[in-house]
Design a protein around this ligand. Structure first.
Ligand SMILES: Cc1cc2nc3c(=O)[nH]c(=O)nc-3n(C[C@H](O)[C@H](O)[C@H](O)COP(=O)(O)OP(=O)(O)OC[C@H]3O[C@@H](n4cnc5c(N)ncnc54)[C@H](O)[C@@H]3O)c2cc1C
Length: 440
């Protein structure tokens, strides 16, 4: 594309989560005036916020790690770097009715529910995760196989089984070792003097979203909220026609950042060939019903507590106010469930009841008068299921001339993350306009 073509090029970005915002932001930096189209009534996607007990809070818990470089770079450009705060955080492990310290060498070595050699192997495995450089050697084996080979059956059952069972249900045995490696590594690297150190933004993710929105508007971009794209019809000359409730609009270039399975019906409605549509619909994903509770007292001193207890179908509890100072004590309790599982149809109040029962089990001093407020948010495509050789199962990034389709799966083996979505989104904007990083 010549530079005058680039100025005239009409570009649509579908989805206003961190990736879509980063794509639109980068496009404005490159001299374009993108139109960002978002189905929800607000920006942010999985990182969107809502008002809870007088606080602007993420619908889903969010923290940042010391390795989130694309995020730091973005904060710098948006003049938000001084809003990022770091805290030394604690971890816990709730096993069969008892709360243990976790997440430090001393805590693991002192965990007498497992033989000493399993504890040592757990630490060696964490250290090994830091030395593996090439994830491709792990791409063809499952996480559960890999963890069992390091920890033995008992170690695996105590430390990992419930986490997989309650994050992935029947997909638990399919997850690739490369995916779990990248998660362990990200957290293991987020340490200062061996102590877990996690970050948060003053004002939460809403600060970032507001700054993105202002920068996109300032760069001449347009943002359309409450505008679901219902059909994407590729044009033979490149780009596509997008249908929304407001009508049809033609674009020379379309960059979609919506979860790939959500794009399947949109492509189908646009007349795209069935075999390609099926590849989008086939990317498996788990939904999340995420309960947030405000309590009069803290539940524990931990930010993150892994839970392995037959009474509770959750992988853990996240006590956000032990990371980000908030008025009152705020905890998230996520229920990850495939959307077609009957449990996902349970009413919000049932999830809230289960979440509160879990907090009371973690801290028996809590009583019902301590529960001040509660809310349950749901996201249908909250956690992609990244199986072995995952990349080979994904549809193409550029299925048509001038049409790009990305979501959080494209940066596998990294798990979904704000930093990863921002980094990938910016690079995608450059690539889509013929200006990949490194070109002039
Ligand atoms: C429970 C939970 C906890 C998390 N914790 C962390 C964390 O601690 N740290 C971290 O870095 N990340 C965390 N994440 C992940 C992080 O939120 C995501 O990686 C990030 O938000 C992904 O951004 P995205 O823009 O790629 O996708 P999304 O956020 O999924 O955005 C996609 C957007 O597309 C929109 N859309 C969908 N269909 C249409 C349509 N037809 N037309 C128009 N728009 C449409 C959606 O409404 C949405 O706004 C967490 C996520 C969840 C669910």
């Amino acid at each position: 594309m010549s530079s005058s073509d680039q100025q005239l090029c009409r570009i649509a970005v579908i989805g206003g989560g961190p990736m879509g915002l980063a794509v639109a932001y980068e496009l404005t930096r490159l001299g374009h005036r993108p139109v960002l189209i978002e189905a929800d009534d607000r920006l942010g996607g999985m990182a969107a916020c809502f008002e809870f007990a007088g606080i602007q809070l993420e619908r889903y818990y969010h923290f940042h790690c010391l390795s989130d470089t694309a995020f730091f770079e973005m904060l710098g450009e948006l003049k938000l770097a001084d809003q990022l705060q770091w805290r030394t955080t604690r971890m816990g492990f709730y096993l069969d009715g008892r709360l243990y310290p976790w997440g430090t060498v001393g805590a693991v070595l002192g965990f007498r529910r497992l033989p000493w050699f399993t504890r040592v192997r757990y630490l060696l495995h964490a250290a090994r995760c830091l030395t593996i450089r090439d994830w491709r050697s792990l791409d063809g084996i499952t996480a559960t196989q890999w963890l069992r080979s390091w920890l033995g059956e008992k170690g695996y059952q105590v430390l990992w089984h419930k986490l997989f069972a309650f994050k992935f249900f029947h997909y638990g045995d399919q997850i690739s070792a490369a995916w779990i490696w990248s998660r362990i590594r990200r957290l293991a690297l987020s340490r200062r003097r061996l102590k877990e150190t996690l970050g948060f933004l003053n004002g939460g993710s809403q600060q970032l979203i507001d700054a993105f929105e202002a920068a996109i508007h300032q760069g001449g971009g347009d943002i359309q909220l409450s505008t679901p794209v219902q059909a994407l019809r590729p044009l033979p000359s490149g780009g596509a026609v997008l249908s929304t409730p407001s009508g049809d609009q033609a674009f020379d270039c379309v960059i979609s950042t919506v979860p790939l399975p959500l794009l399947a019906p949109v492509l189908k409605a646009g007349g795209v060939e069935e075999s390609l549509v099926e590849r989008y619909g086939a990317v498996p994903s788990v939904a999340c019903a995420c309960v947030v509770l405000k309590t009069r007292q803290p539940v524990t001193a931990n930010f993150w507590t892994n839970v392995n207890d037959r009474r509770f179908s959750i992988p853990g509890v996240i006590e956000m106010s032990n990371l980000r100072p908030l008025p009152g004590h705020v905890s998230y309790v996520p229920f990850y469930i495939p959307a077609d599982h009957p449990d996902y149809q349970r009413p919000n109040q049932d999830f809230i009841g289960d979440a509160w029962a879990c907090l009371k089990a973690l801290n028996p001093q809590l009583n019902d008068a301590d529960l001040l407020d509660s809310h349950c948010s749901r996201y249908r495509f909250a956690q992609p299921v990244c199986g072995v050789h995952f990349q080979q199962s994904l549809p193409p990034l550029q299925p048509f001339l001038g049409v790009f389709t990305a979501d959080t799966t494209v940066y596998y083996p990294e798990d979904r993350g704000i930093s990863e979505s921002i980094g990938f989104g910016r690079e995608l904007a450059r690539r889509a306009t013929g200006r990949p990083t490194g070109s002039t």
